[in-house]
Design a protein around this ligand. Structure first.
Ligand code: PEP
Length: 268
């Protein structure tokens, strides 16, 4: 299955949580609570040190893919503390987050670096999950659209149109990440539309999957996923506990019954 196939996607970003032992313990519990589903894609982004252990623990589940939270665009060299794409592939990653807002805002990652990482991931044959989103002050200043267009524009400039067939995007408003505030389903859907229009204007006429992220939890996942513009969710805090994450997936997948969307309906 191609990672960019438009199946309902639940992506777990563990951030700086769950080292090797905790990742293994999570996998054991999660596997006991869930079974493989043809209609879903479950993605896990553990810390880099846990990629190999998690990928090994989950290897018998065809619906699950493990990814990196961040990579360098160079394959090797004098970049202390950085991890290359070949290294995460060797560890078992088949995806990578690119431009998560914590990378952009806490570590100063630029649009240009995001574009280079995206291009390097594609060249190495793994799927980049490219994150975009506005800060609270940008939103309050009425600049949401401008910021999203700029962030997407940097990646558009770096890629051939056909390369977008292998890209997945996440709209993650920075003000909603880890804050308990989430965009309303309508707000999220509107920005997803804006992103699709922007891609279309640049000749990307096929559907690029777009996930929503920002304080998604078991209580709000169903209403967000009733929006046909959302192809899934990218979740931090609510993905850390195996039972809680299994609950988010169960509730979200049952909400996604949409005649026009082309997704499988997941039976309980
Ligand atoms: C994230 O880390 O991408 C995220 C959306 O975090 P949270 O769900 O905790 O807001």
């Amino acid at each position: 299955m191609k990672n960019t196939e438009r199946k309902l996607t639940f992506a777990a970003n563990w951030k700086m949580n769950h080292g090797v032992a905790e990742a293994r313990a999570f996998a054991e519990k999660f596997l006991a609570l869930t079974s493989s589903s043809d209609g879903l894609k479950l993605w896990f982004f553990p810390p880099a040190v846990s990629i190999a252990a998690l990928a090994a623990a989950l290897k018998n589940r065809p619906d699950i893919t493990v990814g990196a939270q961040n990579v360098h665009w160079e394959p090797r060299g004098a970049y202390t503390g950085a991890i290359s794409i070949p290294m995460v592939i060797e560890a078992g990653a088949r995806l990578t987050l690119v431009g998560h807002s914590e990378r952009r805002h806490l570590f100063g990652e630029t649009d240009e670096q995001v574009a280079r990482k995206t291009r390097a991931a594609l060249a190495a044959g793994i799927t980049p999950l490219v994150c975009v989103g506005e800060t609270l002050s940008e939103r309050d200043g009425g600049r949401t659209e401008q910021v999203i267009v700029r962030q997407i524009g940097a990646v558009l400039q770096a890629l051939e149109v056909e390369a977008w067939r292998e890209v997945v995007l996440a709209y993650e408003p920075v003000w909603a990440i880890g804050t308990g505030k989430n965009a309303t389903p309508d707000d999220a859907a509107q920005i997803h539309e804006l992103i699709r229009m922007e891609l279309g204007r640049s000749g990307v006429s096929f559907p690029v999957p777009i996930l929503y992220g920002g304080s998604v939890n078991a209580g709000n996942v169903a209403s967000l996923l009733t929006q046909p513009q959302l192809d899934g969710v990218l979740v931090g805090g609510a993905s850390l506990d195996p039972a809680g994450w299994a609950d988010v997936i169960a509730r979200g997948s049952q909400a996604k019954v949409r005649p026009s969307g082309g997704f499988d309906v997941v039976e309980s």
